[in-house]
Ligand binder design. Structure first.
Ligand SMILES: NC(=O)c1ccc[n+]([C@@H]2O[C@H](COP(=O)([O-])OP(=O)(O)OC[C@H]3O[C@@H](n4cnc5c(N)ncnc54)[C@H](OP(=O)(O)O)[C@@H]3O)[C@@H](O)[C@H]2O)c1
Length: 285
């Protein structure tokens, strides 16, 4: 079976490529396939004739996007549109990755977002990712959209940042008023593999590791599991922005995504704590 993976150098793409290695995926980085180039996308998909296209390419710089709307829109909306049109033309299934940022993040904390909840993205990144989802729904026949959050894997990510800070500082401050689920990229890749093997119904699914936490609790768990003695101080998002003297795009207060829909399909997803343990074992060995 032929599988085309875009954005090959990205964090998730590396996990997906490893996880699907038995299928010998064709991996393309931006130089081999720029997803914003409509003709190049169509030609590549006609040439390769994949059964599945997994779009791991994206503009992911959340803060920079506030200044680069056009580029973010091109990559996060026009790119998926091109892939959707080509997938429909060739009969391929399109697997696309989206984000908790399509929601406003103001949902009451005793609730988690379900797939159909109203979308109120408040950042350029979130707006362009939502637009990408809409283009896929409009232009593709057979698609999966997996909304994920707080991804870590083989690339710059929160866990690696904490490990670096924890071994060079006695104490750090971490935001304690944003809630979500850390997600190991290998587990998301495994969800994609299970989706292909089980052929679950097409549609939109929320996919993060199970369980919810805050960045503060996440950092504490990273240190606890790595035997790092650095003290973690909880701060609010506003306090953190003042303390660091930074300007950043608005972060969602509530990023909790309900996984009920995908779990009902029999897809296996580990808890965030279990996955973090596994990641740290590999990362620190
Ligand atoms: N990271 C997270 O916490 C997170 C959270 C929620 C959702 N997501 C979503 O998960 C997916 C994977 O994220 P990630 O963290 O793996 O992203 P990533 O590491 O930033 O990888 C994205 C890749 O896309 C490539 N790319 C950019 N423009 C392209 C284009 N026009 N054509 C082809 N490739 C292009 C990039 O190449 P260059 O590096 O050369 O630019 C990069 O290798 C994205 O859809 C993202 O929105 C991520």
């Amino acid at each position: 079976m032929k599988i085309l993976i875009t954005g090959a150098n990205g964090m998730l793409a590396k996990s997906v490529t490893n996880k699907l290695s038995n299928y010998e995926p064709v991996c393309t980085d931006v130089r081999e396939l720029d997803i914003t180039d409509k003709d190049a996308v169509m030609n590549k998909i006609i040439e390769i004739k994949p059964e599945y296209i997994i779009n791991c390419a994206a503009y992911t710089a959340v803060d920079k996007a506030e200044e680069e709307y056009d580029l973010a829109y091109k990559i996060n909306s026009i790119g998926p549109k091109n892939l959707a049109i080509a997938s429909k033309e060739t009969g391929a299934v399109l697997i696309h990755i989206s984000t908790d940022y399509v929601f406003g993040g103001n949902l009451s904390l005793d609730k988690s977002y379900v797939e159909e909840d109203s979308k109120y993205p408040v950042t350029v990144y979130g707006k362009t990712k939502l637009s990408g989802e809409e283009e896929i729904v409009k232009n593709a026949d057979k698609y999966y959209i997996f909304r994920t959050a707080w991804l870590y894997g083989d690339g710059n990510n929160f866990v690696r940042t904490m490990l670096k800070l924890g071994s060079s500082k006695d104490e750090i401050s971490v935001v304690s008023d944003q809630y979500g689920s850390p997600t190991n990229a290998d587990d998301l890749a495994n969800v994609i593999l299970q989706t292909i093997e089980k052929k679950i119904p097409f549609g939109v699914y929320h996919t993060t590791n199970l369980g919810f936490t805050t960045w503060y609790e996440f950092a504490k768990k990273i240190f606890e599991l790595s035997n790092i003695s650095c003290k973690v101080n909880p701060v609010t998002t506003d306090e953190y922005i003042k303390m660091m003297n930074i300007v950043q795009a608005k972060r969602p207060h509530n990023s909790k995504l309900s996984k009920d829909k995908i779990l009902k399909e029999g897809i296996n997803i580990p808890s965030w704590k279990e996955s973090l343990k596994r990641y740290l074992k590999e990362e620190c060995s």
